[in-house]
Each structure stands twice: as structure tokens, then as C-alpha cells.
Design a protein around this ligand. Structure first.
Ligand code: GTP
Ligand code: MG
Length: 182
């Protein structure tokens, strides 16, 4: 019975990109979300990498989510457009313990917006992840909220790949927006 039902599921392929400066925790966030794992060791990403997560969204819907992990060192590289191609959502990550990585968020957003759009011509939905929330209480929330309001950002979250904070929530928000755009 279950097998038969599965045949009738609607299946969606969604591609999201995860961008932001080097060392902010993009790979860690993806590993946490996809495999439930975290490592203290910094293993630098070269170019780009991707992970696949299958999500049984509801009784009728299955999602094949591709998460593209773009190396922070690709900032200002002409390759990012290739990595972004066909993406329908993005997470821009910065590191709460290194405020300069928040200053790079506008550059990443600008690069993304210049090189992506949905098939209907609209901007792809974007969330901002203020990562390493387990390490600091100094969260500059008003600055981030203002930036989001002024730049058509869907939402922002204080996350931790280490402590598994708010990563599921952020991904669910992006998926919901991709399935049911407002
Ligand atoms: P690039 O691949 O160079 O672009 O970096 P990245 O953004 O993928 O960073 P990565 O996930 O490799 O994490 C860099 C370092 O930060 C690693 O040592 C991680 O263990 C650490 N880290 C990542 N997320 C967290 C977090 O939420 N909390 C803490 N305490 N450390 C974290
Ligand atoms: Mg990485």
C-alpha cells in the first residue's frame, strides 16, 4: 500500500546555493542539515560542492533538495554564475564572531541578484544565516533586520551548525517559499 501511494507523490527538484565568506560555516551548516554531523576541523572548500537531501515533505510531496556549497574563496570569481545556475533559493551566511563577514553580505547578495532569477523573472528567495550563534551573545539584530527589510530578504536566523540551532527552520522557510511563492 505504501509503495503504491509513493508512486503518486508529487516530486520536486529544488536547488539552493549557500554562499558567504570563507570560514563562516557554510559546509558545516550543510553537513549538519544533511547528515546531522559537525566537525570542529576546518576543511576548506575548493570551488563548489553539493549535497542531496530527500525530504518527505507531506503525504503528497517529496522534495529532492540540492544544496550547493560555494567556496568562500570564490568571492569575486567569474565562476559563481555557473554555480548559481537554476537555483531557486539561497542562504547567505556570515560569522557572528567576525563582523567583517557581515559587511560582505551585500557583495554576495549583489553577485547573486545580478546572476540569478526565477523563470518568471523574479528574484530568487534569500535567507541570511548569522552563524556560530553558540559562541556569542553580541548579535547586532537591528542592523540585520534593517538590511533584510531594505533588500527584500525573506528572513534571517541566528544559527549554529555546532549546536544545531535554527538550521531546519531556515531551510523549511526557503522550501516553503519555493513551493508556494507569495
Ligand atoms: P569555506 O569552505 O572556506 O568557504 O568555509 P565554510 O564557510 O564552508 O566554513 P566551514 O563550514 O568549513 O567552517 C569553518 C570553521 O568554523 C570550522 O572550524 C567549523 O568547525 C567552524 N564552525 C562552523 N559552524 C560553526 C558553528 O555554528 N559554531 C562553531 N562554534 N563553530 C563553527
Ligand atoms: Mg566550505
Amino acid at each position: 500500500i505504501y509503495r503504491l501511494n509513493n508512486l503518486h507523490k508529487n516530486e520536486f527538484n529544488l536547488k539552493f546555493v549557500v554562499i558567504g565568506d570563507f570560514g563562516v560555516g557554510k559546509t558545516s551548516i550543510i553537513n549538519r542539515y544533511v547528515d546531522g554531523e559537525f566537525s570542529q576541523k576546518y576543511c576548506i572548500t575548493i570551488g563548489a560542492d553539493f549535497s542531496l537531501k530527500t525530504i518527505e515533505w507531506d503525504d503528497d510531496t517529496r522534495i529532492f533538495l540540492q544544496l550547493w556549497d560555494i567556496a568562500g574563496h570564490e568571492k569575486f570569481s567569474s565562476l559563481t554564475g555557473v554555480f548559481y545556475r537554476h537555483s531557486v533559493g539561497a542562504a547567505i551566511v556570515f560569522d557572528l564572531t567576525r563582523p567583517e563577514t557581515f559587511n560582505s553580505v551585500p557583495q554576495w547578495l549583489n553577485d547573486l541578484r545580478r546572476k540569478t532569477q526565477l523563470p518568471d523573472g523574479k528574484n530568487i528567495p534569500v535567507v541570511i544565516l548569522a552563524n556560530k550563534g553558540d559562541m556569542t551573545v553580541d548579535t547586532m539584530p537591528q542592523e540585520i533586520t534593517d538590511f533584510c527589510e531594505n533588500n527584500n530578504i525573506l528572513a534571517w536566523y541566528i544559527t549554529s551548525a555546532k549546536s544545531n540551532i535554527q538550521i531546519d527552520e531556515a531551510m523549511i522557510r526557503l522550501i516553503m517559499e519555493s513551493l508556494n511563492p507569495i
